[in-house]
Design a protein around this ligand. Structure first.
Ligand SMILES: [Cu+2]
Length: 482
């Protein structure tokens, strides 16, 4: 089966992409002012994650499917989504990446009472930004998301770029038993203190993928969503030359993937929109390979060209997306804040190497951490327990802020801020090429990343690692905008 890890394939040369990048082309979107009503029922179910001869698997899911139903609206629509809880435990839904009001953010106890079994809670918010988003619980997410509770939420631009076809790939990584049931080892100490719950079976849209049919000359917009608890993907599209047009739903100047090897790196909870021109020949196959873990490369999916080309050469249509209405931070005037992440296996060693241990105070990760028994991961020396937390930072509303983050641990962390998108302005002191807007930024071990944004959305917002076992192990805080 496809999920079995296989040796890396050889590469067949590299064809240059044809796409010409251009400037954004549109003024403000036409606001549709339409109300869209949805119901999501969270319940146990059965899903076919792996092909025959394996059976179906017990899952928890929305609307009876994994992923849950795609919610697709136009920018400017108003959404009303009734969430019915048919699970045997409390739940909530968080609209990941959407800039909603605090009361609609879906964080149990912090922004709302959890939705008890048998109860319904109706969320209502505007689709302010166009882009690729997703929804998932924020209650015991390491297990609820891990059992299949998540779905795509697509907000279409008023004037989307021309493509032949659009694909949404929701990626997940499951730890299955030999009987194709979900292994119940959720929240184990080893997963929590290392890289999180890595699985053994990767799915696209809830199925181990077979082949994806494509046509020579075709242009596909591919919306990637990483719904895995912990797995980071580094997708190698072989001879294809994908262009990144949006990150975490937010438009970016179209560019080749920034990874030096051309791989599309996507941490948990992150989204990447790609333009993919099918530059191969009729009858060919291109295999997409995940190479993030160098000793565990595997073939994710085959793109198989039909015998009939769509056109002789890729189209030269404009790729750039119009920007979303995000307030621009004034980096020169911004107030600066320091955040340091510590803990985890081998964390003490990294802190010593970075010269951080033994100083005491906020920077003394090792010293502070020992004051909080039970936590595994620490944000400014504090390991969170539950969602009700004293704010670790209070940001003046409508002012610009820079948060300088240091990852003083031996692991990668995708760091997510609720309620805002932020510009990633530099990494290890080097300015980023595109100052990309993100809501989840992947930090490498020992990396220092600065983000900037206008704190224009009042309330108490979660700020946490999206490796869900790290979050459960304390890697979470609250940032108050007041
Ligand atoms: Cu983490």
């Amino acid at each position: 089966m496809k999920s079995t890890f296989t040796p890396a394939l050889s590469r067949r040369g590299f064809l240059a992409g044809s796409a010409a990048a251009g400037a954004a082309f549109s003024l403000q979107p036409a606001w549709a002012d339409t109300q869209r009503v949805f119901t999501l029922r969270a319940a146990p179910g059965r899903a076919r994650l792996v092909p025959e001869p394996w059976g179906e698997s017990d899952v928890w899911c929305y609307g009876g499917t994994v992923p849950g139903p795609e919610i697709r609206v136009r920018q400017g629509d108003r959404l009303r989504i009734a969430v019915e809880n048919a699970l045997e435990e409390d739940t909530t839904v968080h609209w990941h990446g959407l800039r909603v009001s605090n009361a609609m953010d879906g964080v149990p106890h912090l922004t709302q009472a959890p939705i008890a079994p048998g109860e319904t809670f109706t969320y209502e918010f505007d689709a302010v930004d166009a882009g690729t988003f997703w929804y998932h619980p924020h209650q015991r997410s390491f297990e609820q998301v891990g059992r299949g509770l998540y779905g795509p939420l697509i907000i279409e631009e008023a004037n989307p770029p021309r493509v032949d076809r659009e694909l949404v790939w929701v990626l997940d990584d499951w730890r299955l038993t030999q009987e194709a049931e979900i292994d119940d080892s959720f929240g184990g100490f080893h997963d929590m203190s290392h890289g999180g719950r890595l699985g053994n079976t990767v799915t696209i849209n809830g199925r181990v993928p077979g082949a994806e049919p494509v046509r020579a000359g075709e242009r596909v917009r591919l919306r990637l969503i990483n719904a895995a608890n912990a797995r980071i993907f580094a997708l190698d599209f072989g001879e294809l030359a994908p262009q990144v047009i949006a990150l975490d739903g937010q438009p970016v100047t179209p560019h080749a993937p920034q990874d030096a090897r051309g791989w599309v790196v996507i941490g948990p909870a992150m989204r990447v929109d790609l333009m993919l021109d099918m530059t191969g020949a009729p009858g060919e196959t291109v295999t997409v390979i995940d190479r993030f873990f160098s000793d565990r490369n595997y073939e994710l999916v085959d793109l198989t060209y039909s015998e009939t080309p769509l056109r002789d050469a890729p189209p030269n249509w404009e790729m750039a997306l119009a920007p979303n209405p995000l307030p621009e931070p004034d980096i020169g005037q911004a107030r600066r804040h320091e955040v340091i992440f510590t803990g985890g296996m081998m964390g003490g060693m990294v802190e010593r190497q970075m010269g951080l241990s033994g100083r005491g105070g906020m920077m003394g990760g090792g010293m502070m951490n020992r004051m909080h028994d039970g936590g595994i991961w620490f944000v400014n020396g504090v390991a969170a327990e539950g969602h009700i937390l004293d704010p670790m930072l209070v940001l003046a509303r409508d002012a610009s802020h820079v948060i300088a983050m240091t990852n003083a641990t031996a692991f990668h962390h995708p760091i997510h801020l609720h309620g805002h998108s932020f510009r990633v302005i530099n990494r290890n002191g080097v300015p980023t090429a595109h100052h990309e807007w993100q809501d989840t930024v992947l930090m490498a071990p020992r990396e220092r990343v600065e983000i900037a944004f206008v704190a224009d959305n009042p309330g108490d917002w979660m700020f946490h690692c999206h490796i869900l076992e790290h979050q459960a192990g304390g890697m979470m805080g609250v940032i108050r905008v007041a």
